[in-house]
Every structure is written in structure tokens, then in C-alpha cells.
Design a protein around this ligand. Structure first.
Ligand SMILES: [Zn+2]
Length: 363
């Protein structure tokens, strides 16, 4: 008899690891409304009812219109311009992830987007880090242990990547564990920021690059072979380098390289369906990439815009592909192995937290 698929309530109890989550994509609707009230932004919000506002974000992200999708971030970023606002959003992010059973998360944000009301880049980073510390402490008091690492993101259409890379290295002992570039891929190849990536490599620092989401193989190839990315943000289009054959699959050289080198793919199923990178969860390439044993990880991307959580992403995959606890453990261990914290710390979380919990679930 086939084992029942784990339910979302069961999955919430299991330890999970999240590597790709945007701070400005995960606010609580009620917090947006309160912070908007404090800074005189209320009239610009689509709704002042938390449930209605939450639905608006998901609908706008579902609309297929890039304009409406981008508008969602105008509202979240607008209320993340003060020390109080940023700290609160970061603290609640840590609490929400912990309550969902996430034991280790890397949350990213772009400091340059939070200076409109006079905060300096360093102040933005310091206050977000303090927010994560406050939220992690509160979560521990509520019985949920979480460790949050921070990634600093540079916007790929801007020219501040070197400055942000230096900022990330400056805060490496304060909780910043890596660097990322994000934003529209088309027309802004990662090699545009080569100096920043070369600097990070000389500093022995870690970075991931949003690549292979909307755009295909050339973007992935540049991110890995020119820029030296440790991980790929999405990377889902690597399936373009894999062809079905009558006896199985033919894997192209780039895909083979990724698989051989165990390069982590930060896959975000619901987000990919919203942006059209995948037609549905059931048709998401994660199924194929899992079967071919790429270093696949499961992520949320923007929890508010996708109306999702780590548990929900895993529950959707379990339902679509029939995944059981062994598969969910595999995703979780993959993510932990791919984290940007030190080897000893990763191993401790795998051996002391993740494996014992899944051993009970697998039974
Ligand atoms: Zn992303």
C-alpha cells in the first residue's frame, strides 16, 4: 500500500531549510498597514483591510502583468525606509519562518532600496541584522529555534554591485553570509558585475546569482563559468539543456557540469508558476531535476506575493509528485549542505536537528 503523502500540518512540524527568500517579499499584510499609517503612506495602499490586502498581493502577482507584479514591491519597500520599520519587518520575518518550522534561513534584501528616507547603507544592514536577532530570540522563547543568515543583494540594472559587495564583506562577522544579484535578467547579464564577483572571490566570500529564471542557458553559463557563483537563484531553465530520449535523458555539457559539481539550484515552485517560468506545480522541472539527482533545494522566493510558506511549497510538491518524508529530508539536507555558513555549523544542524527529526517521521 502506498504511504500517504505528508500533509501541510505534518510538514510544519518537520525541520526545514530555506535559502532563497526576499525580505521585501515576506511582510505581514497587517504590518504593512500599520507601518503605512506611521509614515503617511496609507492612501497609496490598495486596501487597509489585512485579508483584502493579502489577497491583493497574490492576485497582482498572479495577473501575468509585470507592471502589477512590480507594483507589489513598491508598497512593501515603501514601508521599509525607517529603522523601526526595517527592524520590525526583519524580526517578524524570523518569527514567521520559525513558526513554520524553518530551522535555518538565508534571507536576502537590497540595502540600496531602503535609503529613501535618509538611512545610510550601513545603517540599513545593521538594523535588519538586529531585527533578525530580535525575531530569532522571540521565536526561541516561543519554542522555535531558528538561525537566520543574511544575504545582501545588488540590483542588476544598477551600477552599485561593487559597493554592495564591499558592504557584505564588511558585515561578514555580524551575520551577513553571502551576496546576490537580482532584478530583470533580460539585458542585464551577470558579467556586467564581474568586478564585484572577482572581489568577493578574492575575499573568500560566498555568492549566489539570480539566473535561469526568465532567461535561459546563457545566463546560467555566465553566472557559473564567468562569475563563479556558488549557487544559482532559480536556475530552473537548466532543463533546456536536458533532452528526453527513448531510453532516458541526454544531459548537455552545462547541465552535466552543474550536476557533477553539485551546484545548488534554489528552486521556487509557486513563484515560477506565477511568473510563467513553469506552467504548473505538477509540470515544474523540479520533478525531473529531483529524479536526475541535481542538487535541488526548495524555496519560497516571495511569501507574501505567492501566499506561501516553506511548508506549503513542500506540501504542494508532495501532492504533485507523491513525495514522502525521504524526499523532503533530501531537499532539506541538500539545502543545509548548500548554505553559506561554515561546514561545522551545517553539519551540526544536519546531524543534531534535521536527521533525528526525519528519522522519527520516516519511522
Ligand atoms: Zn528571488
Amino acid at each position: 500500500m502506498a504511504r500517504p503523502v505528508p500533509t501541510i500540518d505534518e510538514i510544519r512540524q518537520a525541520p526545514k531549510v530555506l535559502l532563497h527568500d526576499h525580505l521585501d517579499g515576506g511582510l505581514r499584510p497587517a504590518t504593512i498597514i500599520e507601518l503605512a499609517g506611521e509614515i503617511g503612506y496609507t492612501d497609496s495602499l490598495p486596501s487597509t483591510d489585512p485579508d483584502e490586502l493579502g489577497r491583493w498581493f497574490v492576485e497582482a502577482a498572479n495577473s501575468g502583468s509585470l507592471e502589477r507584479y512590480l507594483e507589489t514591491f513598491d508598497h512593501t519597500v515603501a514601508v521599509m525606509q525607517t529603522a523601526e520599520g526595517l527592524q520590525r519587518v526583519a524580526a517578524e520575518c524570523a518569527e514567521d519562518l520559525a513558526a513554520d518550522g524553518v530551522v535555518y534561513a538565508e534571507v536576502r534584501f537590497a540595502p540600496e532600496q531602503h535609503t529613501a528616507r535618509g538611512l545610510s547603507l550601513s545603517e540599513v544592514v545593521a538594523v535588519v541584522l538586529s531585527g533578525f536577532a530580535i525575531g530569532s530570540h522571540r521565536a526561541a522563547e516561543a519554542g522555535h529555534q531558528i538561525r537566520v543568515g543574511t544575504l545582501l543583494t545588488a540590483m542588476r540594472h544598477q551600477a552599485r554591485s561593487m559597493e554592495i559587495a564591499e558592504l557584505a564583506v564588511e558585515f561578514r562577522d555580524e551575520g551577513v553570509v553571502g551576496f546576490d544579484i537580482a532584478g530583470a535578467e533580460a539585458g542585464f547579464p551577470p558579467t556586467r558585475h564581474l568586478d564585484a564577483f572577482e572581489y568577493l572571490q578574492r575575499e573568500n566570500f560566498h555568492f549566489t546569482i539570480h539566473a535561469g529564471e526568465a532567461f535561459g542557458l546563457p545566463s546560467i553559463w555566465q553566472a557559473i563559468q564567468w562569475c563563479g557563483a556558488d549557487r544559482l537563484g532559480h536556475g530552473v531553465r537548466i532543463v533546456d539543456d536536458i533532452a528526453r530520449t527513448p531510453n532516458g535523458h541526454r544531459i548537455g555539457r552545462l547541465a552535466q557540469y552543474l550536476r557533477d559539481k553539485r551546484i545548488p539550484l534554489e528552486l521556487c515552485p509557486s513563484s515560477n508558476v506565477q511568473t510563467g517560468a513553469a506552467a504548473s506545480i505538477a509540470e515544474h522541472p523540479i520533478g525531473l531535476l529531483h529524479d536526475l539527482r541535481f542538487r535541488v533545494t526548495v524555496n519560497t522566493d516571495n511569501r507574501l506575493m505567492s501566499g506561501t510558506s516553506m511548508s506549503r511549497e513542500m506540501a504542494l510538491l508532495a501532492e504533485a509528485f507523491g513525495y514522502g518524508w525521504n524526499d523532503l529530508q533530501w531537499f532539506t539536507v541538500n539545502a543545509m549542505k548548500s548554505a553559506f555558513i561554515g561546514f561545522d555549523e551545517r553539519l551540526a544542524l544536519i546531524n543534531d536537528v534535521i536527521k533525528p527529526a526525519y528519522a522519527k517521521l520516516i519511522g
